[in-house]
Design a protein around this ligand. Sequence first.
Ligand code: PAF
Length: 295
Amino acid sequence: MQRLAQKLRRAGTRIGLVPTMGYLHAGHLSLAREARRRVGKSGVVVVSIYVNPTQFAPTEDLDKYPRDLQRDLRMCRAEGVDVVFTPSDAEMYPARAKTQGQRGLAARAASGHLRSTGFSTYVVEENLGRVMEGAARPAHFRGVTTVVAKLFNLVLPDVSVFGQKDFQQAAIIQRMALDLNFPVHIIVAPTHREKDGLAMSSRNKYLDAEQRAQAVILFHALRAAQAAVAKKPVPAARLKKDLKEFMTAAPLARLDYVEFFDPATLQPISMVTRGTNMALAVFLGKTRLIDNVRL
Ligand code: PAF
């Protein structure tokens, strides 16, 4: 992948990357379309498909995360994606060689032969990742930033497109690109929704019919908050209390968190006005869904 990317860049071809974990849906395809719009017809759109183990906690759904590569490839072909990059775990995170001692490592590094001796470097954003998803899933963003940094180095994109549904992820990746001087323009594209408003997510597949029907409560909660602050500011504590009550309309839904925050710092704010950002995470059975909006 890296050799191909280097060749493309030497030829002056622009590269647009859409990182995904596969099991694609219309939301992912809209990101690929945005990448195409940015790099033009002569550019190359790369979709990476990799279910990244380092962003899942041991208790999470890594093993059962939905996968269907053939279907994904068909969708990418129909969308006019030029390259689908599907690295393996062994390529992304080579297992640490058991007999490799520190002296051996140092010697091999010095001789320029430090290949396949395992993986031990992670990228950690230290500020934006502490709240919301970062508080609920402590190792998650370390895995995300690490794999996205690797993808940037492998695909060498001019632009990379992320979905707004994962607002905090996009903010952290923007921060990482800035802090670590990745020469890539990060685009955040709007959330793609089902007809009833549920944000598209590969994890929606886990929902049974009843859970799916009640999952729309996330979208309704965002709308309810939007209506509540349309005319005048409301204290965050009161709005949170009202939303908890509002969500009892969906008895299968369990609120994990709802937060009102500053979009630049992601820090909670106490008085919610029009233009404040809101995010929430909700469990339906074991499935955890997230959504967010600028009110
Ligand atoms: O949003 C996702 O699907 C993943 O977090 C990403 C960005 C592909 C990294 O694994």
